[in-house]
Design a protein around this ligand. Structure first.
Ligand code: MLT
Length: 203
């Protein structure tokens, strides 16, 4: 990468034109989702940044005031930082933004959703695993042509189903093609849903 990276990250080149932007959950790091990325697409390049915020030593992509209560000022700034990092990485590593798919889990899914709402030109496709509404937008962005997969867990103790449903509603109202599915699962991911994610990705 030619320009200065603003995020500690891993970049694994691939054999296809697709790049997966892997965004980990709270307490994860840039290595965590590489196996998931490989499983979802063995040929894709993988770009995996580490969340720059530390919550008692646990990396996150933005600050929160309590569980599910976000520091909206910080979220706004970190959303721009991550979006700018993705744009710089596309230039530096020479990948096509149109072929970039964000794959976010939990806190990583929430910042991916925030990029969709705040910087709508950066992501054309996103897989949001255990996501919630990052913020209620005052104005809806134009997300026509954007594909989004959302997966929730019916027994998720961290993210209430209604919150994920509200996110799906916001993104759909903005014009995105949203597929929202809920699984008999908690906050953790299940193999059954990953099979469906893979199918959706290959469509
Ligand atoms: C968040 O803080 O982004 C969500 O509550 C999910 C989590 O990271 O626990």
């Amino acid at each position: 990468m030619k320009s200065e990276p603003t995020f500690i990250h891993q970049f694994v080149p691939g054999d296809s034109e697709r790049t997966l932007l892997l965004l980990h959950g709270t307490g994860g790091n840039e290595h965590d989702l590489l196996p998931l990325g490989r499983e979802l697409d063995p040929a894709a390049a993988l770009l995996s940044p580490r969340g720059p915020v530390s919550e008692n030593g646990h990396p996150r992509f933005f600050r929160r005031l309590a569980e599910g209560v976000f520091d909206l000022e910080d979220l706004k700034r970190r959303t721009d930082d991550l979006a700018d990092f993705v744009l710089a990485a596309a230039q530096g590593y020479q990948f096509d933004l149109a072929k970039l798919v964000a794959v976010g889990y939990s806190n990583g899914a929430n910042i991916a959703a925030s990029i969709l709402l705040q910087r709508p030109k950066v992501l054309r496709s996103a897989i949001l695993l255990r996501a919630m509404v990052p913020f209620e937008p005052e104005e809806l962005p134009d997300l026509h042509g954007v594909r989004v997969w959302i997966a929730g867990g019916n027994e998720d103790m961290i993210i209430p189903r209604e919150n994920t449903e509200r996110l799906a509603e916001i993104l759909s109202s903005a014009g995105a093609e949203v597929t929202a599915r809920f699984f008999e699962a908690g906050h953790g991911l299940t193999n059954a849903e990953l099979v469906l994610v893979k199918r959706w990705l290959d469509r």
